[in-house]
Design a binder for this molecule. Sequence first.
Ligand code: ADP
Ligand code: ADP
Length: 225
Amino acid sequence: SSEVICKGLSKTYPGRLEAVRPMDLTFHAGQTTALVGPSGCGKSTVLRMIAGLEAPTGGSITIGGGPPSETLKKAGLSVAFQDPSLLPWRSVRGNIELALSLARRKVDAAEVDQLIHLVGLSGFADTRPAELSGGMRQRAAMARALATRPGLLLLDEPFGAVDELTRQQLAHDLPGIWEARGTTTVLVTHSVSEAVMLCDRVVVLSPRPARIVADIAVDLPRPRR
Ligand code: ADP
Ligand code: ADP
């Protein structure tokens, strides 16, 4: 399982900028949890520490009951951040196929097409990122993140540039996919409505330094798939 347990997790950046107050927080396996809070409160810092991209100042993180790197080697980690970081010289399909080969997963062309369709890019599978809009690039990055079927999926404002209508479509489709696959998902967003639409649980953080001010179960009927 890819349960994430943070104990006393804290972060102070050089220059004594305290971003995260020591916090205890468990992300349950197979659940989708939103981290919500005002801009600059420390949400991304928490996510980057879980991803192993930032060293905590204090406390510990375990994933699946052990050191993050060991669990993630087996279960797999995908990230989709606000900056989609697609390879510019590869098409949407090519970017997804590369992610699959890096994860040593075989390419199932039908499944890749399905994901591209899911994010509304059917007509753009062979298009390079430079020819796509910002929102389309973010959607391509989402398809890429899902393609490897990661045990842990970390999302940081993944829909910032996606238009409202498309966002609602994604909000309709994505929770069912995450649930069906048993993916543990953490979504960082400043949008409470996005959090409620997409997630089973919303953790609200205070203005910086981040500490937990509310932890709410979302009870919203979701489309089954
Ligand atoms: P959020 O994701 O909630 O907008 P962040 O985690 O990105 O917040 O940032 C929290 C605080 O830490 C902000 O004041 C930000 O300027 C600061 N910060 C973020 N990254 C760094 C860094 N690498 N070095 C120094 N300060 C940082
Ligand atoms: P998508 O590909 O998902 O349609 P785009 O990257 O093409 O997203 O465009 C971003 C979306 O954000 C636009 O479709 C539009 O709805 C919205 N948008 C773009 N620019 C602005 C703006 N200046 N103010 C408000 N909304 C905007």
